[in-house]
Write a protein that binds this ligand. Structure first.
Ligand code: SAM
Ligand code: SF4
Length: 437
């Protein structure tokens, strides 16, 4: 593959930060004159923006590379980006001869140069971790979805014993105050009505003595910006100011994603989580005191090494205690190079399957109860996209629920409605007539 590509396609996997990175790579490549291709099959350059968090996600990257070979034996130029690229480096090109470029999550601002090198027949690799350099290299934001992501913090210093993020994304860094505000303005000018502030530990964001609560307060004054969210937070970084912000800033939505991972203190210590179940539950109580209707969501890992049935029952207990409005649960996946991968007492896959199923069921019960408790509420949704049926649109409630409704409204509109029915994963709404002034 030696000719310079004219079209590109980016496929992002994994977390919202990868979605954000994918958007920025697309802007960068468009600015250098490449045109977006709707499908990978048609593109001259395919960027696979990968996830390394669990083994399955990581292996998927390689099977996707293989699938890019066309029936006539030709293939596009292939760039392996994201966390698998960072973790595997040169090894990726040994595993697959089809990978032309390897570029880590902190180096993708160099993608145009790397593409030029690959067009000259080289196989360039950049897995440097230069911190904030990439943000300064991007073109300005021009178009944005009604709900737009904005990365404000990257990396992690927490070193949970199961997690690859501190190795693939590097040390915790925060983007400067002024840069974030400028990008938020550009997103709103480009059509965003909601901004979701992103970071692996977004609530660790700092600039001097200003923290995330100050940033949210400042952003809330942007005209045309209706809603602010932030994710993902670490329990140890939930400051009093951020908790108070939930009661004080109307544009800050009543939703908090606060992963606990396990309900067993013994397991939390082995995970190096730096919080206990008690401190976690106390934080949730404080958040609820500030904003009583807040929807709480979380992440859980089942089958961490040494997890007993008793530990797992403690996880079910904390699910009952917190009554999550939503939550994500994962089977523990041993990641090369992490301390947990070398721990004794790895849990059998069948036991993990069983625990995952029981945890799903318990979370689903609370999610449905939360959705049912919302029926009858008058609220506003942000219309995000078309639904499956003619005339149907899908919006997002303040509590992050998907809401289906019949309306002639378009993506980006805010619609007043009543929530009329609840399912396990979504709600239905009926639009209310706008009140005369
Ligand atoms: N920083 C966030 C926090 O501390 O909760 C989470 C970021 S991580 C990208 C997203 C989720 O992936 C974690 O909350 C955890 O539940 C899950 N995860 C991370 N490493 C994992 C592993 N080795 N096996 C299974 N799940 C894992
Ligand atoms: Fe991974 Fe823990 Fe950092 Fe979250 S806090 S990114 S789970 S190391």
């Amino acid at each position: 593959m030696t000719s310079a590509p004219k079209t590109f396609h980016i496929k992002s996997f994994g977390c919202q930060m990868n979605v954000y990175d994918g958007e920025r790579m697309a802007e960068l490549l468009s600015d250098t004159g490449l045109a977006p291709a709707g499908r990978g099959e048609d593109a001259d350059l395919v960027v696979l923006n990968t996830c390394h968090i669990r083994e399955k996600a990581s292996e998927k990257a390689y099977s996707d590379v293989g699938r890019l070979r066309r029936d006539d034996g030709s293939r596009p130029m292939i760039a392996l980006a994201g966390c698998v690229a960072q973790a595997e480096g040169a090894e990726a090109q040994v595993r697959s001869k089809m990978i032309d470029i390897v570029v880590g999550p902190q180096a993708y601002h160099r993608l145009p140069e790397l593409v030029a090198e690959a067009s000259r027949g080289r196989r360039p690799i950049d897995t440097g971790l230069p911190g904030l350099a990439k943000f300064g290299a991007f073109p300005g934001r021009r178009r944005a979805a009604p709900s737009a992501f904005l990365t404000v913090q990257e990396g992690c210093d927490k070193f949970c014993t199961y997690c690859v993020v501190p190795y693939t994304r590097g040390a915790e860094i925060s983007r400067p105050w002024g840069d974030v505000i400028a990008e938020a303005h550009a997103l709103v000018d480009g059509g965003a009505r909601e901004i979701v502030l992103l970071g692996q530990n977004v609530n660790a964001w700092r600039d001097g003595n200003r923290g995330l609560a100050d940033l949210i307060a400042k952003l809330s004054h942007i005209d045309g910006l209706e809603r602010i969210r932030y994710t993902t937070s670490h329990p140890a970084d939930m400051t009093d100011a951020l908790i108070a912000a939930h009661g004080e800033i109307d544009k800050l939505m009543p939703y908090l994603h606060l992963p606990v991972q396990s309900g067993s203190d013994r397991i939390l210590r082995a995970m190096n989580r730096s919080h206990s179940t008690d401190s976690y539950v106390r934080t949730i109580e404080q958040v609820r005191a500030a904003r009583p209707d807040i929807a709480i969501s979380g992440d859980f890992i089942v089958g961490f090494p040494g997890e007993t049935e008793e530990d797992f029952l403690a996880t079910l207990e904390i699910v009952d205690e917190v009554q999550y409005a939503a939550a994500y649960s994962f089977k523990y996946s041993a990641r090369p190079g992490t301390p947990a991968a070398a721990m004794d007492a790895q849990v059998e896959p069948e036991i993990m399957d069983d625990r995952l199923r029981r945890l799903h069921d318990r979370i689903a019960k609370h999610q449905l109860a939360f959705n049912r408790s919302s029926v009858g509420k008058d609220t506003r949704v942000l219309i995000e996209r078309k639904g499956r049926q003619l005339g149907q649109m899908i919006g997002r409630s303040p509590w992050m629920q998907s809401v289906h409704l019949e309306t002639s409204a378009a993506p980006g509109d805010m619609i007043d409605l009543t929530l009329v029915s609840a399912g396990p994963n979504s709600m239905s709404g009926a639009a209310r007539a706008a009140k005369a002034a």
